[in-house]
Design a protein around this ligand. Structure first.
Ligand code: ADP
Length: 673
């Protein structure tokens, strides 16, 4: 009996042991499967973090996973929205009614009671085992069954930026009282860390994406802006491009009216205006394009001018210096960025949004980057417009000047014509009386009574010589007129140059002797005849030889050379030509008048100092000799020029007159004097 009782007791003890063992086994199993679930979640979250870059999608995935695996009542993630300091339900998994009501709910960070806000503020994990007795618990009608709540800060605390780490809260509510054991807490803490990393990655990714978008957009904007130099187009392009990176409802580019007096930091507010040069999103009102706002001390433009940095107003009404344009609907947020040229604030980009506090620091940074581009483009466009204006002004001035020059030229032509007409009339009128004077003078000279009285004869000779000289001058004037009017009918005949020159030597023999000058003719014996007008050639060389005599002091030399020009010495459009050079040992000619001496009536020295004799040293004359010479040479299709080291009466450097004449006359030539 005793042994039976003993066996029974043993059996009972063993069953109890077995039951305990089974119980322990179950607990261990439960713990193991919970751990497995924790590991599974940790593993999955880890994988998702690297594969899902869209933060909203990732957070929604995580809350659903945690809720499904552990069967929690409600799992939610709340993220902080600066600068309002509000926590917003970013992702939520739980009863449908709760998700519907609470999705996108906002809890200000200073809300009490609220376990979520409390956790955010303290940055510490908070576990409410029994919500009934918890002072921080905030009852939500849509979550009536909550018994316990665990909130974990989402905090990627960084050693170097300790205060900037916290981004939100992971909140888990359970319908079981005391639902979270230490192991749960540890596992969920790990999960919170993973979520924090995911959020940080997403932020980094977004920031990087934003940076890339900005860089691309800036590059694109730079290209578009630099392609346009139109002052009317550039500001509009800036606003259009800016809208793609910084959303705004109304935008404007305004310029300071007198950009030149843009104030530097520390100055007192300079009065003046900013006026609109481009706008986007303004009401269809004509006033929009003419908007002009006075600059007042401490107003937004004044602030921008002082700080040279972007300025954000979260609520324009709160800024005591805000100037609301009365016909514009109030937009609560304002972002302004300065436009700088050569370190001066010359204007601003002004953006507004209807909602309050709508612009972020990132927006300001983006807008500032655009403003930099815009400033350069605006400055380029301004300079270009200035150049265009300058060009137009220049063109107007040139046209004006050309018109007045044309007028002056026409007047000169008229004067010249009048002069020629006058000379022509005078010459014709003088010729006949002069012939009479000369004729009667010669008759009287031949009278035997004249021979008897030497004084009388001398006086008569003076009259005849004077009349002769006057006739020569009048004839020169008429030659000039004939050449100018192209009425000198040249008779081109074969002409032997040496004969013309020799005959002239004979007629000038007296003068040469009188002045003790030697005339050397070094003419090539093989010199062929040229086709020329005899009278014209005679006059040409007479003028040149007379000049050589006139401007060479007594005892000097005159040398005449003539030769056929080699083919390499003549230009492609010239025919076979002879060159005649008349050189003297005279006073020479200053290089600056080498061209001038061939214009009519040009003489060096004052007319009053001219000696009256035709071949007297520096005898002077009417200034027609060389003009006639050039007219004759050109009428023969030739060229004439002078070479002389300079004018010097003491050293007498001499002059050489070169005449190139074609052997043949191909066609009738134009006469230009
Ligand atoms: P004119 O001899 O009547 O003054 P020309 O037309 O013949 O007018 O000459 C113009 C000017 O050229 C002269 O006044 C003189 O100054 C200068 N000139 C011409 N030939 C010579 C020369 N052989 N040597 C120096 N000067 C000369």
């Amino acid at each position: 009996m005793l042994s039976k009782v003993k066996i029974f007791i043993d059996l009972h003890a063993q069953r109890h042991k077995l039951q305990t063992l089974v119980q322990q086994l179950n607990t261990a199993n439960a713990t193991l499967s919970k751990r497995a679930a924790h590991l599974e979640i940790a593993n999955e979250v880890g994988q998702q973090i690297t594969s899902i870059l869209d933060l909203d999608e990732l957070l929604t995935h995580i809350v659903r996973l945690v809720q499904a695996k552990f069967g929690y009542y409600c799992v939610s993630i709340w993220l902080m929205h600066e600068p309002q300091q509000e926590l917003m339900a970013q992702a939520m998994a739980g009863p449908d009614a709760a998700v519907e009501v609470l999705a996108n709910t906002i809890i200000p960070a200073d809300t009490t009671p609220s376990i979520i806000a409390h956790t955010y503020r303290t940055r510490e994990l908070y576990l409410a085992k029994e919500i009934a007795s918890d002072s921080h618990f905030l009852f939500q009608e849509s979550l009536p069954a909550t018994c316990a709540e665990l909130a974990l800060p989402l905090d990627f605390e960084h050693k170097h930026r300790p205060l900037r780490g916290i981004v939100g809260v992971l909140d888990i509510q359970s319908a079981q009282p005391d639902a979270f054991d230490a192991e749960d807490v540890t596992a969920l803490q790990t999960l919170a860390n993973q979520i924090s990393i995911a959020i940080r990655n997403a932020h980094l990714y977004n920031a990087e994406r934003q940076r890339r978008t900005l860089a691309e957009s800036l590059e694109e904007t730079g290209r578009v802006l630099s392609a346009s130099l139109d002052m009317h187009e550039v500001p509009g392009l800036v606003l259009e491009r800016l809208a793609q990176v910084v959303p705004y409802e109304r935008g404007a580019v305004l310029l300071r009216e007198d950009a030149g007096d843009s104030r530097s930091a520390g100055d007192s507010a300079g009065n003046g205006f900013v006026h609109i040069i481009a706008q986007r999103g303004f009401p269809a009102d004509q006033r929009a394009d003419r908007l002009r706002v006075p600059i007042q001390k401490d107003d937004v433009f004044d602030q921008l001018s002082l700080t040279r940095r972007p300025l954000i107003l979260d609520e324009v009404a709160q800024n005591p210096h805000w100037q609301q344009v009365d016909w514009l609907p109030v937009n609560h947020s304002w972002l302004g960025v300065p436009l700088m040229t050569k370190n001066r604030v010359v204007g601003m980009i002004s953006l507004t949004r209807r909602a309050a506090a709508a612009f972020t620091q990132d927006d300001a940074t983006l807008a500032a980057a655009f403003a930099g581009q815009a400033s350069v483009a605006l400055e380029n466009a301004r300079l270009y417009a200035e150049i265009l204006r300058f060009n137009e002004e220049l063109e107007d001035k040139v046209n004006e000047r050309t018109a007045s020059l044309q007028k002056a030229y026409e007047q000169l032509e008229l004067l010249d014509q009048n002069k020629s007409d006058f000379i022509q009339v005078v010459s014709h009128e003088l010729r006949t009386p002069l012939t009479l004077v000369q004729g009667y003078g010669q008759m009287l000279l031949r009278d035997p009574r004249a021979k008897e009285d030497k004084t009388y004869e001398q006086r008569l000779t003076g009259i005849v010589t004077g009349a002769l000289r006057m006739r020569e001058i009048v004839n020169s004037m008429l030659d000039m007129i004939r050449l100018e009017n192209r009425t000198w009918k040249l008779d081109f005949q074969p002409l032997t140059l040496s004969l013309v020159l020799e005959s002239l030597r004979r007629s000038l023999a007296n003068s040469l002797e009188e002045r003790n000058l030697k005339l050397n003719m070094e003419l090539s014996e093989t010199l062929p005849d040229i086709e020329a007008d005899h009278e014209a050639m005679n006059k040409l060389f007479d003028h040149l030889l007379t000049n050589a005599i006139k401007y060479t002091p007594d005892g000097g030399w005159i040398i005449v050379t003539a030769r056929i020009l080699d083919t390499h010495e003549i230009s492609s459009d010239e025919h076979m030509s002879v060159e005649i050079i008349i050189s003297d040992t005279g006073i020479g000619i200053a290089p600056e008048v080498h061209d001038l001496i061939f214009t009519k009536f040009y003489t060096t020295g004052s007319v009053a100092s001219h000696s009256t004799g035709k071949t007297k040293f520096k005898g002077g004359g009417p200034g027609l000799g060389l003009a006639i010479a050039r007219g004759i040479v050109e009428a023969h299709g030739g060229r004439i020029w002078v070479e002389s080291p300079g004018y010097d009466e003491a050293t007498c450097p001499g002059s050489s007159f070169h005449i190139v004449l074609p052997l043949k006359q191909p066609e009738p030539m134009q006469i230009n004097v």
